[in-house]
Design a protein around this ligand. Sequence first.
Ligand code: NAI
Ligand code: MG
Length: 363
Amino acid sequence: MAKTFKIAVLPGDGIGPEVMAEATRVLDVIGQKYNVTFEGTFANVGGAGIDNEGKALPQTTIDICKDSDAILFGSVGGPKWESLPPDEQPERGALLPLRKIFGLYANLRPAIIFPSLTGASSLKEEVIGGGFNVLVIRELTGGIYFSQPKGIEGEGRNRIGIDTMKYSVPEIERITHVAFQAARKRGKKVCSIDKANVLSSSVLWREVVIDIAKQYPDVELSHMYVDNAAMQLVKWPKQFDVILCENMFGDILSDEAAMLTGSLGMLPSASLAEGSFGMYEPSGGSAPDIAGQGIANPIAQILSAAMMLKFSCGMVEAADAIDTAVETVLDQGYRTRDIFQNKSGEKLVNTKEMGDAIIAALA
Ligand code: NAI
Ligand code: MG
């Protein structure tokens, strides 16, 4: 009997439903090819949750996610909901609670420039030529964004704003394992980012990372202060394979790495819990400026589905097949508008046509 994976499908707002349609079509094809069943259950999230069920993250959606092997997430938000109180808005009201409820402590964001798209990068051809592929691994549930005490105390000019950066050994250990295990399957290098010359949490971070690294003698470990890392990423990004960061450093560096590729519509992400559960979503947002036109790039969503196959379904071969199919269609010149450079050999396509091309390349 075919193996079944239950997937909570949360398309969200704006281009979310448009790109999600292509990702689920790709999953259907993968299911036939590898003899597995993906049982997708659709649920409202973000603005769609607010409009249909009165909340950015309705209880029915949480229940569907709890009953699933993985969450495939589109993106949420848009001008329509911007006047709501912050905690009720699509992003804060849905994304942060999902991370918390499901313990999604490991955020994986590959920043990839495919060789045929190097012209899209803001970096010079000499620096970026031949493409690059960096994986930023960000700790997502600890550090300065969550540690107590936190808040504003006092009155008037006597007010003080407080944030605390705390990391426990187990928190550092588990994210370090994720980084080394990922590196083992790629370029076998981990660069751990910290500020150990100033921050105590970073001193502990570095000690624990060095300790865990002993279990992975086949992977090379290096350390870099975060300020230097920000510089090195634009200077020579190809020196990196896996970049391991605490929460805030990873927030900043993963956006920097993403922008080096010049094309937000191409970049997937995974947020993983202990075990095999995870949430998979494009790095970009709901793109209200192009929503409803059927021209969004579905590749980030499709590559997010590939990450889901790899991390939540154990289907590494199928995930690689999707990655290869994407590279193939890019080499064939297929371009949605965001990556169209008006070069000879390029074919401008819409969302569905890009999905068709990837499906054809898979067959
Ligand atoms: P955005 O990522 O939605 O758009 C930035 C630019 O990139 C736009 O020009 C957009 O057209 C383009 N873009 C993004 N994805 C694309 C795709 N797949 N294909 C082609 N072009 C694409 O970021 P922005 O404009 O700052 O935010 C718009 C809304 O999305 C806001 O409500 C924001 O809160 C929300 N947002 C949601 C996120 C999520 O759901 N995880 C993440 C980031 C923003
Ligand atoms: Mg960010």
